[in-house]
Each structure stands twice: as structure tokens, then as C-alpha cells.
Design a protein around this ligand. Structure first.
Ligand SMILES: [Zn+2]
Length: 299
């Protein structure tokens, strides 16, 4: 059942509708949100795939999907909203009488009152990310996130608990929530969407919601200090010599930074640990201190 859970009149653009698709009834209750960032298409398509699976096999309990929150950004191919460029994931918990985006954020929080809550994203348009779940260092979300079986489990001290983000707002209300992400923004990689959709289906199985999907394979399950982030020293034009999912040994050539004008090599980037390439810059122009490659220690 598709329902409008919030409607906002928008100047020159007709009516904004926050839509929710509900499958099943009763407990347990799972909600999956995508499209807070309008250009993160892998996450949006992951929810399409979930909807398709749920039409075939009804869940035990209730699964709510909010597939397209920031429809303004999706239409325009941008991450943020049109109203003063607000980032929807920085205005939680929102306000019913605030700016348009604050009202949307408030409505998202109202419409996602479930036991377990998942926020699905893609990487930025600049960096390719291995399908992953981002978790706090401890707490009930850790086992839930691991149940997704996604290739990359990343536990961080903040763990997405920033109170202005959706995951942080869920946790402030006592809901168990976390974020999954994969691929890059601004383009669609259906394989990443499939990986994330299957991750949510494994979570459903772990919650006793009756999803039939094969086992996943988590390749790396690490905290922040088990990841090396290679950042650019000088700025330039980055040419990768590695790819996401590649296993590397210390000294492995990961890429080079060239002078954008003459192509002279400015930096050579080599792995300093044995591990797996989990994040890789795919947009070559890079400023100093920006991310080039992440290598995570293998299990
Ligand atoms: Zn995002």
C-alpha cells in the first residue's frame, strides 16, 4: 500500500509528497529510508529491489519503505534540497513549522516509528565505496548491522550518531538505527543496489521476518584504526592503479597523482598494510587533504 504521509505545497513545483510503502502488519517493524540525498541512486534503487522482493514474499511483521525522500534533488541530480541548499541529513529532528526541509525531516521522523530503522545512501560522486554498514563501536545496532552480511562492516566512535542526521535522531528516540551505503553518487551501479537490498533482506531474516536470501560474505569488519586513509598531499589529477575490492600487500601501487597540466607524477600512493581497497576516488581532480584510497585490514 502506497500512502502519502506528508504533503507540502511547493511554489512552482506543484505538491511535494512524502510517500511510504507498507508491507505486512504487526511486529516486528522495520523501516528503510532512501533518497535523503537526491543524487544517491544506488540506495534508491536498492529500495526498488526490496519492494519487488516484498511484493513476491510478504514479510512476517511490517516493513515500511520510504524510497524517495528528497524528490527535488532526484529531479535536479543534486544531493541537497532546493531551499537554500539545505542538506536534509543535517536538519533532523526537523520542525513542523520550520523551513521546508525541516518540515520534511520532521515528517520523515514521524513516519519511521519502527523497532529497527535503516537509512540507505550511496557514496559521494567523487568516491566509489564498497557496499558497507556503518555502526557504532558497541550497542544493539552492532549485531543488527552485522546481520546484513555486507562486505564491509565499519565501526566508528561516532557511528552516525550526529544528532542532526537521521540515524542520530532515531537513536535519540530510542529506535535502533544505522546506515548502509554503497557505490558512488550521481550514477547507478545495479550490483551495489543488489548487494544493499540483499543486506536488508538478511537483516529481515535475522529479525524473524521471513526473508529467503543467501548468506552474505563480510570481508572486512574493522574499527577506524584498522583503516588507512590515503589522502592527497599536493592536489592534482589522480589516476588509480587499484579498484574497490582489490586485495593489496604493503607497497602495492594504489595510484598516482599527476600534474593536471603536464602529466608529471607528483605523488605515488602505495599501500602501507595488507588489506582490502574499500573506497577509491573515481573523480580525478583532487585537492590537498582529500581522500584518494582507503585500505582496511582483512579479517
Ligand atoms: Zn547520502
Amino acid at each position: 500500500m502506497i500512502e502519502d504521509v506528508f504533503v507540502l505545497q511547493v511554489p512552482f513545483r506543484g505538491t511535494y509528497r512524502l510517500q511510504r510503502i507498507r508491507f505486512g502488519q504487526g511486529r516486528p517493524r522495520l523501516v528503510v529510508v532512501a533518497g535523503l540525498h537526491g543524487n544517491e541512486l544506488n540506495g534508491i534503487h536498492a529500495v526498488h529491489l526490496l519492494a519487488s522482493a516484498l511484493r513476491e514474499q510478504r514479510p512476517i511483521g511490517t516493513v515500511d519503505l520510504l524510497p524517495l525522500v528528497n524528490v527535488f534533488g532526484i529531479e535536479d541530480g543534486t544531493k541537497r534540497g532546493p531551499f537554500e541548499g539545505e542538506d536534509l541529513n543535517e536538519v533532523f529532528p526537523g520542525h513542523p513549522l520550520g523551513t521546508a526541509m525541516q518540515r520534511v525531516a520532521y515528517a520523515v521522523l514521524e513516519a519511521t516509528d519502527a523497532d529497527v530503522c535503516v537509512d540507505v545512501h550511496s557514496g559521494s560522486p567523487l568516491v566509489q565505496e564498497m557496499p558497507q554498514v556503518r555502526l557504532p563501536l558497541a550497542g544493539p545496532e552492532v549485531d543488527l548491522g552485522r546481520a546484513t552480511g555486507l562486505p564491509f562492516v565499519w565501526r566508528r566512535p561516532t557511528g552516525g550518531r550526529e544528532p542532526s542526521g537521521l540515524v542520530g535522531a532515531w537513536r535519540a528516540l530510542g529506535r535502533r538505527g544505522f546506515r548502509i551505503t554503497g557505490g558512488r553518487g550521481g550514477s547507478l551501479d545495479p550490483r551495489d543496489s543488489v548487494a544493499m537490498a540483499n543486506g536488508v533482506r538478511r537483516l529481515m531474516a535475522a529479525l524473524g521476518m521471513g526473508s529467503n536470501v543467501g548468506p552474505g560474505e563480510t570481508l572486512v569488519d574493522v574499527t577506524h584504526d584498522e583503516i588507512t586513509a590515503h589522502r592527497c598531499e599536493t592536489g592534482g589529477f589522480f589516476v588509480p592503479e587499484s579498484r574497490v575490492g582489490m586485495r593489496v600487500l604493503p607497497g602495492h601501487l594504489l595510484g598516482r597523482v599527476l600534474d593536471p597540466v603536464g602529466g608529471e607524477v607528483l605523488e605515488t600512493v602505495r599501500a602501507d598494510r595488507a588489506g582490502l581497497v574499500t573506497n577509491l576516488r573515481v573523480y580525478p581532480m583532487v585537492h590537498a587533504e582529500e581522500l584518494l584510497v582507503r585500505v582496511a585490514a582483512l579479517r
